[in-house]
Design a binder for this molecule. Structure first.
Ligand code: F6R
Length: 256
């Protein structure tokens, strides 16, 4: 995994946004995987400042959605993606896809979501955040590394973490649809962002720990093109920090 440590959330957002804009301009990114939550917000903010770049041509797929919240609910991931991504980046709403958490046949909706991603040619770059327990998407610890898009039960801690977006923790849905770890691993490029000290243990386990379903993000060690962009607080429990800075200071000329 490539590890990039920057001082602030704003720098993390700018760095990630530049990588995305470069890929879009070069024609290597036409299908973007988008995450919700707080971590990617600096990326979306930086991207919105570059709307002139050809972002409106992008197709986007969200990682996950709550089960049972109507799409029009302000905290449904459909609404959140509309407000944080589709509108500010000027994407075509018809090309922004979010799993259907209100489908009558939820399991069929999960299968068709994976098929839709494949029909679009696969995800070129997947943006990820990470949970304090190491989840990516809503693949909680012990999720299968081979899993596909499916219904999962949110861990109580994840519901507690997300309660900040709702009036009460009782309003946070118990179930979600999430892309599986197998689905996420098929993205051609992965860009995981983590901000703040509450992510430091999960980041250290994901980057430097053993590959284990107890830390789902650790599977990214098996991805051929995964980059982790961290602020200094999220990087504070890494052991090889000096090495990551050394690598950044000695990039081969064609990577600068
Ligand atoms: C969101 C998602 C989750 C979040 C994670 C971190 O679509 O799939 O994995 O990325 O829970 O959330 P924040 O960024 O709010 O700390």
């Amino acid at each position: 995994m490539k590890v990039i440590i920057l001082a602030t959330a704003e720098e993390v957002g700018d760095h990630a946004a530049r990588a995305i804009i470069t890929g879009v301009s070069a024609g290597t990114i036409s299908v973007l995987g988008v995450a919700t939550g707080s971590s990617p917000l600096p990326i979306y903010r930086a991207l919105a400042a570059h709307r002139a770049a050809d972002l409106h041509t992008l197709t986007a797929y969200a990682l996950d959605e709550y089960v049972g919240l109507p799409a029009a609910h302000p905290q449904s991931y459909r609404s959140v993606i509309d407000a944080e991504v589709t509108i500010p980046l000027g994407l075509d709403p018809d090309r922004v896809h979010v799993p259907d958490g209100s489908a009558v046949d939820i399991e069929a909706a999960c299968v068709s979501y994976d098929l839709a991603i494949a029909d679009s040619g696969g995800i070129d770059l997947q943006i990820l955040g990470i949970g304090g327990d190491g989840h990516i998407g809503f693949n909680e610890p012990t999720s299968s590394f081979a899993s596909r898009t499916r219904v999962k039960t949110l861990a109580p801690q994840t519901r507690a973490d997300n309660a900040r977006f709702f009036e009460s923790i009782d309003d946070v849905p118990v179930h979600c649809i999430t892309q599986g770890l197998g689905t996420i691993m098929e993205a051609k490029q992965i860009l995981l962002v983590a901000l703040g000290a509450t992510k430091a243990s999960a980041v250290a386990a994901a980057v430097e720990g053993p590959i284990t379903s107890m830390c789902p993000a650790s599977i990214l060690q098996m991805h051929p093109d995964a980059t982790v962009i961290l602020d200094s607080a999220a990087a504070s429990k890494l052991r090889l920090t000096a090495y990551y800075h050394y690598v950044a200071a000695h990039l081969p000329i064609w990577q600068r």
